[in-house]
Design a protein around this ligand. Structure first.
Ligand SMILES: [Mn+2]
Length: 292
């Protein structure tokens, strides 16, 4: 257990106990969108003291325009992340498909916060690879469906689709896509399997022991194709994070019961933040811009 300053709404720090975690991984927070479960996320982020914090993409939603316009709870979440980086926590910010506004800052460092497109490192004699996962979107929009039907089935479907559209044109109807109709009904199932298949095969080919993504919003720890595949889930639906502690990875699932009550006796002052004057404003220069 460690103690640290946390911001619960507004900017007023309170003091509370924190759980120490070796590595915490969060993705798909979607700050700046109503879909984000901000209260729960703030509870969680204020309750941990990780040595390494990996934000694996889509921290900010596509709708995010400026830090000033964020709801207070969302601001507090980010302030807590910055505050963690001011203690001993190394923070890696991996850019996802929603937070493309941060593309120009890839490979920059802001104090203890490092902005990256992907991350690869050795930890406790194992080789790790972290990336958001949107890089597979182009191939996956075709592959899962294509694989299922096989080449002949796919060609037959395209031929049938063409004849149907010729008829539709005669009667002044817009063309339709049978392929996309089938894809939509089966989409989720195919997508998940194909995503995990492609990610693990590529990681295995590159001799990684672990590969961690976000993007699918489906939390997961499993072995596939000779590597361990990790997914941190999201803070939209599942309210999950990945944690490495006591030599193993596990999925943290948010539970309100854990946060119902804080004894005032346990709220004690703590660890001093380092370099506060320099690196927080450095990272916050990012937020001076409006991403309209
Ligand atoms: Mn994404």
């Amino acid at each position: 257990m460690q103690f640290a300053v946390v911001f619960i709404q507004s900017n007023e720090p309170i003091f509370m106990l924190k759980r120490s975690v070796e590595i915490a991984v969060l993705s798909d927070l979607h700050l700046g969108s109503y879909a984000c479960h901000a209260k729960e996320l703030l509870n969680y982020i204020s309750s941990i003291q990780p040595e390494i914090l990996i934000l694996n993409g889509d921290v900010f939603d596509r709708k995010f325009k400026s830090f000033e316009k964020l709801p207070d709870l969302h601001k507090s979440i980010f302030q807590n992340i910055v505050a963690l980086s001011e203690t001993d926590t190394k923070v890696f910010y991996i850019v996802g498909n929603h937070d493309q506004h941060f593309q120009p800052y890839i490979d920059e460092s802001y104090g203890n916060i490092k902005v990256r497109k992907k991350l690869s490192f050795n930890y406790k004699h194992k080789k790790y690879w972290f990336f958001h996962g949107d890089v597979f979107d182009t191939s996956l929009s075709i592959s899962p469906f294509f694989n299922q039907l096989g080449t002949r089935g796919y060609n037959a479907l395209i031929a049938l689709n063409k004849s149907i559209n010729t008829v539709r044109k005669w009667v002044n109807l817009a063309p339709m896509s049978l392929a996309s109709k089938i894809k939509n009904t089966q989409k989720a199932k195919y997508y998940r399997t194909a995503f995990e298949e492609q990610v693990t095969k590529l990681a295995s080919k590159n001799e990684y022991d672990f590969v961690a993504c976000g993007h699918t919003h489906i939390p997961c720890v499993m072995s596939k194709n000779g590597v361990t595949y990790l997914n941190s889930g999201d803070w939209v639906e599942n309210l999950t994070a990945l944690e490495f502690n006591y030599k193993k990875w596990s999925i943290y699932r948010y539970d309100n019961i854990d946060f119902d009550y804080h004894s005032p006796k346990l709220q004690v002052p703590t660890k001093k933040q380092k370099n506060k004057a320099t690196s927080i404003p450095a990272f916050q220069t990012l937020f001076k811009f409006n991403f309209d």
